[in-house]
Write a protein that binds this ligand. Structure first.
Ligand code: URA
Length: 434
């Protein structure tokens, strides 16, 4: 078998055999095929697409490229959630303790932020001492004991995806349904939970810009998981505006704690409760309305917040910060961003807002960049709101004036102000399940 022939076949829109797909994933992961040959193959997949069979085989090959976690000793109630990535998306910090406090087993591997999107692992490291890596035995033991463990992706989980994703990131081949499906579902299948809830974002801060494209992606992922014996559903949620008001690690942790204490922004609360309810429905077999009631109750009773405290301290983190968020350090420099004119905010380029927060120090441009946990943005006004010229629309936090200059310019360029109130896009566009 030759990679040259495989590239040629896909370039002409022909279907690859299972053997060809398995060969290219295996040999690329082993370092036997160079990036310069896999790059055109990825581009051909982007342009010509894949059949359902090809996507399923690619997903399986990515899953099988490394360790496959066996969670069978935790029973049937194991559940995971995965977001396709967004700005201000701190839902895992809310959902995981809500769902665990109801009795589901949250065995979760999360990612770090890269590019304009944030990552749960970085947010968790805002708690001093939090261990993002546990041995497989410790991980399973913790879920058994307290119903929840959240760690970074283990070293040898879906190594094919690590290489492929890094290559896609620099070859403009991320936004392809078969490639995103195989990347996400390859990892999720290897991570071993019985139920999987997907948060598939749409809009300016998402890889998928329209709700229709996100729905197609969600259907593809749900079908693949279902065929592999998992209970899967997907919510198509709005990422045309950042979720909540806070963007940046400590700011987001504080906002998540507000929701767990019964407050917080309405949009964040709604997306978090909808995802959590779906996780409870799938993993514990509850009716949708009952699942929702249980989740609301977990917050109002304080049980979810208590579960978060238990989880953070069990994983080595200082949970006093969760009890008293004013203990978190604050950024040394603060700057207010003022409205350039009066009118309605008609659009927010959410990807650009994510990049503005990276410029402030909250994220990474390359994998090895060091994050400033205190940096970020508090968004005062969002799409659809009326603003007066000169009014404060956002507050920026950073540790250097130069970063504030860059962040402010980026933030202002992301906001469009007009005279007409824009049409409101739904927070949850659709739910796809089987
Ligand atoms: N997140 C992933 O893990 N993979 C993708 O391809 C896109 C988003």
């Amino acid at each position: 078998m030759h990679i040259y022939d495989i590239i040629t076949k896909k370039k002409h829109g022909e279907e690859l055999s299972d053997e060809e797909i398995v060969y290219f994933v295996r040999e690329y992961t082993a370092g036997n095929i160079p990036d310069y040959q896999v790059s055109p193959l990825l581009m051909a997949i982007c342009l010509c697409g894949c059949t359902d069979r090809e996507t399923a085989t690619l997903t399986q090959a990515i899953c099988d490229s490394g360790d496959v976690v066996d969670l069978s000793e935790l029973g049937d109630g194991t559940v995971d959630k995965h977001s396709t990535g967004g700005v201000g998306d701190k839902t895992t910090l809310i959902i995981a303790p809500v769902v665990a406090s109801i009795g589901a087993k949250v065995a979760k591997m999360s990612g770090r932020g890269l590019g304009h999107t944030g990552g749960t692992v970085d947010k968790l490291e805002s708690f001093p001492g939090y261990k993002t890596s546990l041995s497989p035995e410790e991980f399973i033991e913790q879920v058994k004991d307290i119903g929840i463990a959240v760690i970074g992706q283990s070293g040898n989980l879906a190594p094919a995806d690590k290489k492929l994703y890094a290559l896609r990131d620099v070859t403009a081949t991320v936004d392809s349904i078969p490639l995103i499906t195989s990347s996400i579902m390859g990892k999720k299948l290897a991570a071993g939970t019985k139920s999987i809830v997907l948060d598939v974002k749409y809009g300016s801060g998402s890889f998928m810009k329209t709700a229709e494209a996100s729905t197609d992606l969600a259907k593809c992922m749900v079908e693949i998981g279902y065929k592999r014996g998992r209970r899967v559903s997907a919510l198509i949620t709005n990422m045309d505006v950042p979720l909540g008001h806070a963007v940046g690690n400590i700011l987001e942790v504080k906002e998540a704690l507000e929701v767990l204490s019964g407050g917080g922004p309405t949009d964040l609360k709604e997306v978090a409760l909808s995802l959590a309810s779906e996780m409870v429905r799938l993993s514990l077999g509850k009716e949708a309305l009952e699942a929702r009631r249980l989740c609301e109750d977990a917050i109002s009773s304080g049980r979810a917040k208590a579960k978060l405290v238990e989880w953070i301290s069990r994983q080595g983190g200082d949970a006093s910060y969760a009890k008293d968020p004013s203990l978190f350090p604050k950024a040394p420099l603060v700057r207010e961003v003022r409205a350039p004119r009066s009118g309605y905010i008609t659009h927010m380029d959410t990807e650009a807002i994510g990049l503005a927060s990276v410029a402030l120090g909250a994220g990474r441009v390359t994998k090895d960049d060091v994050i400033d946990f205190t940096a970020g943005i508090y968004i005062g006004k969002k799409t659809g709101e009326y603003i007066e010229a000169g009014e404060v629309i956002a507050t920026l936090y950073s540790s250097a004036e130069k970063r504030l200059d860059e962040g402010e310019a980026g933030y202002l360029s992301a906001i469009t102000v007009g005279d007409e109130k824009p049409e409101e896009l739904p927070l949850i566009h659709n739910v796809i399940g089987r």
